[in-house]
Design a protein around this ligand. Structure first.
Ligand SMILES: CCCCC/C=C\C/C=C\C/C=C\C/C=C\CCCC(=O)SCCNC(=O)CCNC(=O)[C@H](O)C(C)(C)COP(=O)(O)OP(=O)(O)OC[C@H]1O[C@@H](n2cnc3c(N)ncnc32)[C@H](O)[C@@H]1OP(=O)(O)O
Length: 181
């Protein structure tokens, strides 16, 4: 993994850029998976992402499996799981480069049913970057054999640390505007 710096969990942190963001190092699992707000208390990714790394060519690689709790049809993943995990993993590509971003657009192709509790792989790369916009794509495959199960592409927009404070202020304004109604 082409990384420097060590986080609280003892796992290597991406590029050491976090100091520059003014934000604390995001928590990571032993497999290097950055945890979102909902998974921090658990200390594990509830979507079943087990390992994450950036390879030498700048492609992010994930090892994952669909937990039984996300079963839709018999023994296959709910499409919402597939879309959620693609959103999450594609959005980790900027994070692995030390850049904060949010999903602006996401398109998912459900190519084949995704089996639950089977080893899967996900490759994620940037098609291009234009200003604050990252055009990112990815492909989910069955680990043994490499059959393509799903593809996704989308646009991520880089944000600074004021994003959530700005949102909170906007929400407060919305609540205030409706209180008198
Ligand atoms: C600071 C961001 C950090 C992101 C997280 C990264 C790291 C955190 C650290 C560790 C985390 C660990 C692991 C990662 C875990 C989670 C990652 C979370 C990522 C997400 O969970 S991803 C969720 C789904 N994705 C969204 O949730 C995006 C909602 N969509 C927008 O945020 C905008 O759409 C945007 C930015 C895409 C458009 O950007 P743009 O450049 O095309 O256009 P523009 O700036 O003009 O905004 C157009 C209109 O959105 C308003 N607007 C913009 N920013 C705002 C704000 N902060 N609050 C309130 N309103 C806002 C403007 O006021 C204008 O509104 P209006 O049209 O009414 O004037």
């Amino acid at each position: 993994m082409p990384t420097t710096g060590t986080g609280e969990s003892g796992v290597t942190a991406p590029n050491g850029h976090w100091a520059g963001t003014g934000l604390p190092e995001p928590p990571r699992t032993a497999g290097g998976v950055t945890l979102c707000g909902g998974c921090r208390a658990l200390g594990a990714c509830r979507l079943g992402v087990e390992r994450e790394r950036l390879d030498e060519g700048g492609v992010a690689r994930f090892e994952l499996s669909c937990p039984r709790s996300h079963e839709g049809g018999p023994d296959v993943a709910h499409g919402g799981w597939t879309a959620a995990v693609l959103d999450d993993c594609l959005g980790h590509l900027p994070l692995l480069h030390g850049v904060m971003s949010v999903t602006a657009e996401l398109t998912v192709s459900f190519v084949k049913p995704v089996p639950v509790e089977r080893p899967l792989e996900l490759r994620v790369w940037a098609d291009r970057r234009e200003g604050s916009r990252w055009y990112i794509a990815g492909e989910m495959t069955l680990a043994p054999g490499g059959a393509v199960l799903a593809r996704a592409s989308g646009i991520w927009v880089t944000r600074d640390r004021s994003h959530y404070a700005r949102h909170a202020k906007w929400l407060a304004g919305q609540v205030e505007a409706t209180e008198g109604q």
